[in-house]
Structures are given as C-alpha cells and as structure tokens.
Write a protein that binds this ligand. Sequence first.
Ligand code: 1GP
Length: 249
Amino acid sequence: MAIYQSILRANKDREKKFALLIDPDKFQLHRVDELVALAVQARVDYFLVGGSLIVNNILDACLTEIKKRCDIPLILFPGDSYQLSYRADGILYLSLISGRNAELLIGKHVISAPYLKVSPLEVISCGYMLIDGGVATTVSYMSNTQPIPHDKEDIAVCTAIAGEMLGLKMIYLDAGSGARKTVSDSMIEAVRGAIDIPLIVGGGITTPEKAQSKVKAGADIIVVGNAIEKDSSLILEIADAIHTVSPVV
Ligand code: 1GP
C-alpha cells in the first residue's frame, strides 16, 4: 500500500499533492521526453492515467513510456473495466457514489475484481463524485448519471460521509474534464470538514491561482489534465502553487 500510505502521510502532515492527468487518447508519444522532464522538474506527485472513453489502444504504451523515464507513481483512473493494465503501479477503484447507476457503483467492480485480485496493482477504493461544472461532460454522458448540483453542498457532504462510512479510502470531487466551473471552494471546505479520509479535487482547474485556492479550501490532491494538454509549461507553475501551501519542514 505504498501509494495510499504516502497519501495518508501527506494528509496527516498537511502536505499538498499534485496529480497530472494523462488521457491516453491525447498522449503524444513523440513528446513524452518533454512531458516527463517537466513533471520531474515540477515534482509532480502522481500520474493519473485514463479517460471516460479511450478510443485508441495506447494505454500500455503510454504507461510503459512514462515508466521508462521516471519513478513517479502511475495510477490508473479508469473510465471502464477494460481500461486495466499491469504496467501501472496502482488503480483508483472508483465507485460513482454521486450517481445511481448500479453498474458504476458495483457492476464493473465485479467484472474487474478477479483481474485486480491477482494483479500487482495497488487497489485504492475511491468514492467518485461528479459535481456540476456548468457544462455537460463526457463522464456525465457516458455514465448516464446526473452530477450533484454545483451549489448543493449538503448533498455533497452527505454523499462523502456515506462513502467514508462504507469504507472507501478517498473521496474525489470532480467537476469533469474541461468544466467551466470548478468545484467551489465552499463545497471543498464543507466536505473536508465532514470527512477524515484524503480528498481529491479536479475538473476545470486551469491556473495556479485556482489550484492554490482548492488546496487552501482543503483538497489534499489536485488533478489537472486539460490545461496542461494545452500548455505543458503550466506544470511548473501549478505544481509550485500547490506545493507551497504545504507547511515548511
Ligand atoms: C477530470 O478532474 C479531471 O476527471 C481533470 O479535469 O481535464 O479539466 O483538468 P481537467
């Protein structure tokens, strides 16, 4: 449980972490050297690898090429039970607890469980909560679920508490890739105050300022994808904005 232990330790020490989301469909193999060099320089803490819909068969290649070049942990962020690979280090075993689609609450897990049980992957159960980000997202369409309304903090809080009491190890508040509105700072604060397990926040975080306000509100791990696909130099600034919120040791 090396990855989860590192997340728990950081949560206890109030150290903030940065996860860079790689969508294998948009991964440019010819730019992997540049991407990994920037990630290492920025002290990116984790790579999340996955997407709601992967249309190219490139997941294994993407993981292999990154792994050859650095030892930043690679965590699968699967949009479906076919997005599995032994080449990663761990997997967010996501249960879409904001939705009422039984397949994404337990059905896909039953299918993937025997594979994961014998795999070397570190399995980290995670309550995944979609929050309305002001635009219809691929994940909301593909999952056939409604996100939690942007301003309904009470629903988010009760859902997160239920996830924690069910034994899930982390909660992920996601406004969805390319969200127009990020998960609000007040919702993050409310959820943070209600649970003890680590809290991941992502979706629509496009600037260092937004990333920093999310960690100040209580997020332990910030996930950024889209913005960095557009401008990879943002990795350095966003990482800095997140890591400087951690207490100086
Ligand atoms: C989506 O939280 C992630 O699941 C990241 O979103 O691509 O908008 O950064 P962005």
